[in-house]
Design a protein around this ligand. Structure first.
Ligand code: TYD
Length: 224
């Protein structure tokens, strides 16, 4: 039931813009859409977000960090995502468990099998139907994020890692996408915004007609 779409990628890849555009598109077509982001998406998740991303928390232990992201995810899955999917709705989530594998696993070197176990507990095994990876050279993405004209720059504790960390994260995404080609859609984040949005709309179209989602009144639960 329902349709669960996630967006993944390195800093400055433009996934939040694309998540917003596809959410608006599907909502306009009359589907019930929840558009959320991680970490956060709930009142409790937003409190966890400020702890885990806070620049002041330089002493954050990597295990604590992984568990905080997972705690935020558990709250979001149970409070928002599962109820929405059960009602035949669509969920668009800006980052999900793959971010934990890419950042804490590949980036920080935490054990991937352990992260998968924790994720299975946090989500009770909920896996997205489709995941868009907006692929970008991490150096280019960080420059984009820091550009003086970039919209609403939010420089967080994870952004502040060295470039080698961000390269490991990007390599991690590559490995994750290659391992599950049916779920992952690899997109060129260097495309103009509208061209990329069109590609995403085309990919989503068959899912909308697959009978898992119901057209109903237009409602919005949360916006990042
Ligand atoms: P955010 O400001 O939302 O940035 P972005 O626009 O890049 O999504 O910050 C989220 C940060 O948290 C980002 O640096 C990726 C990181 N993150 C993890 O390290 N692990 C996770 O499980 C999640 C969900 C995010």
């Amino acid at each position: 039931m329902g349709l669960f779409i996630t967006f993944e990628g390195s800093e400055g890849c433009g996934k939040s813009t694309q998540a917003r555009l596809i959410a608006e598109h599907i909502r306009t077509a009359g589907y019930q859409v929840s558009h959320v982001r991680e970490p956060g998406g709930t009142a409790i998740g937003d409190q966890i977000r400020s702890i885990v991303l806070g620049m002041q928390n330089t002493e954050m232990d990597p295990t604590a960090e992984s568990l905080l992201f997972s705690a935020s995810r558990a709250q979001l899955v149970n409070q928002v995502i599962r109820p929405q999917l059960a009602a035949g709705g669509i969920v668009i989530c800006d980052r999900y468990a793959d971010s934990t594998y890419a950042y804490q696993g590949y980036g920080l070197g935490r054990n991937l099998a352990d992260l998968r176990t924790v994720t299975a507990i946090a989500t009770a095994g909920l896996v997205p139907d489709v995941t868009f990876w907006l692929r970008i050279d991490p150096a280019v993405g960080l420059r984009r994020k820091l550009h003086p004209n970039a919209s609403a720059v939010e420089w967080n504790r994870l952004d502040a890692h060295e470039l080698a960390f961000h390269q490991r994260v990007a390599d991690g995404y590559e490995a994750l996408a290659q391992a599950e080609p049916k779920r992952w859609v690899i997109c060129d984040a260097g495309l103009p915004i509208e061209a990329l949005a069109a590609q995403i709309r085309t990919t989503i179209e068959p899912f909308l007609h697959a009978g898992h989602v119901t057209i109903s009144s237009v409602t919005e639960r949360t916006t990042p």
